[in-house]
Design a binder for this molecule. Structure first.
Ligand SMILES: *Cc1c(COP(=O)(O)O)cnc(C)c1O
Length: 362
């Protein structure tokens, strides 16, 4: 049972260490962490790891993940970080402690659902500061909405405000950009005549401000997923030193099913591949190739997996097969051998959610 392949190995010790290191670094600067588990599609063991590492909330964009964690016995503050569908309002009132919101009609509906249950639901009202995904663009409308919630909605508590950058618009979480959120929070506080508990200043990309020690005063929460699951983006794209974090929380293993020397250019009249594409094939003569029993059904896109072993390179894949060039591999591969891959966020969402992958915790 346990040695079914492909398998995804998750090192919970390393994950926990990553979360704790980032949490402490943030707390030293007055910032709490909402631990975002959507990258690992809300796996229970991963969520428990975030809980044990002491995050402020367990957060995800998907209601089904929250519901299944709750039903699995997770008794910990949970946050819904995709502004919700109208059709999710009853589940929000039932299962979610805090939600990000941007539409008054939806907030009103959540208010009704919370009222029916005799509860008060916390929300973080989202402002769009230029990344152009969720949130109010019109800042007057934002203030009016905050005031309306405060005065009129008895079963909604305006816990704070937040923003998201670097997702659609690739906007950088600069000190100036995040200061706009702090300014806005002061305006809201003036309007409603009290302090806000939370000013939520973005995701992993905002960790740059923690690493540079220049996060604006007033921000007190970040919602972090990638930065603890992989800790890769800030190092690879921005040159930040992430060496205090583990980069091997996830490891993918697949089994070799064929090893043969074959031409590198297809032989025959070429048309389209399995996905109706017309790829270019480089002719490198005859080379040794290994076929492994894993494919797009498991990992999504071939560019999101990375062979770990020297001398092994990706050639191509279809739904259930991946072709590796192993001509330069020192190991003499045979069917039944196991090949290891590093993965990234893009493939983890598939690997962690498909029935075809055997997930093992180490
Ligand atoms: C996904 C998401 C996050 C976490 O993003 P990471 O880059 O993985 O840290 C935070 N906030 C919102 C609103 C999100 O959708």
């Amino acid at each position: 049972m346990d040695n079914r392949y492909p398998s995804l190995e998750i090192n919970l010790k390393h994950l926990r260490s990553n979360i704790e290191v980032v949490r402490k670094k943030c707390e030293e600067q007055g910032i709490c962490i909402a631990g975002v588990v959507k990258g690992a599609t809300g796996l229970k063991e991963v969520a428990e790891c975030f809980r044990d590492a002491g995050v402020q909330y367990i957060a995800t964009s998907r209601m089904d993940q929250i519901v299944s964690l709750r039903k699995g016995g997770m008794n910990y503050p949970m946050m819904l970080i995709r502004v919700p569908m109208m059709s999710e309002c009853s589940d929000i009132a039932e299962y979610v402690d805090c939600s990000l919101q941007s539409e008054l009609t939806v907030i009103r509906a959540v208010n009704m659902e919370a009222k029916r249950r005799g509860r008060v639901h916390d929300i973080i009202l989202m402002a769009d500061l230029g990344d152009l995904r969720e949130g109010f663009w019109d800042k007057e409308a934002f203030l009016d909405c905050a005031e309306y919630i405060e005065k009129e909605l008895e079963n909604i508590h305006l816990l704070g405000i937040g923003t998201n950058v670097g997702c659609y618009g690739s906007v950088l979480a600069t000190n100036e950009k995040l200061s706009e959120l702090v300014d806005l929070s002061k305006k809201v506080e003036e309007r409603i005549g009290r302090k806000l508990e939370i000013v939520s200043g973005g995701a992993t990309s905002s960790l740059m401000r923690i690493w540079d020690h220049d996060i604006p005063d007033g921000i007190n929460q970040l919602r972090v997923g990638e930065g603890v699951l992989f800790a890769r983006d800030l190092a690879v794209y921005y040159g930040y030193d992430m060496s205090m974090l583990h980069h091997d929380v996830f490891k993918l293993k697949a089994e070799v099913i064929e090893v043969k020397v074959k031409p590198t250019h297809p032989v025959g009249e070429l048309a389209i591949d399995a996905f109706c594409r017309t790829p270019h094939y480089e002719d490198r003569g005859m080379r040794k190739r290994a076929l492994v029993a894993i494919g797009r059904v498991d990992f999504g896109d071939l560019s999101d997996i990375f062979p770990k072993e020297k001398g092994i390179a990706l050639v191509g894949c279809s739904s259930d097969h991946t072709i590796l060039d192993v001509e330069d591999c020192e190991r003499e591969l045979v069917p039944g051998d196991i090949v290891e891959f590093d993965i990234d966020y893009g493939s983890l969402i598939y690997l962690s959610s498909t029935r075809t992958v055997n997930i093992r915790y180490i």
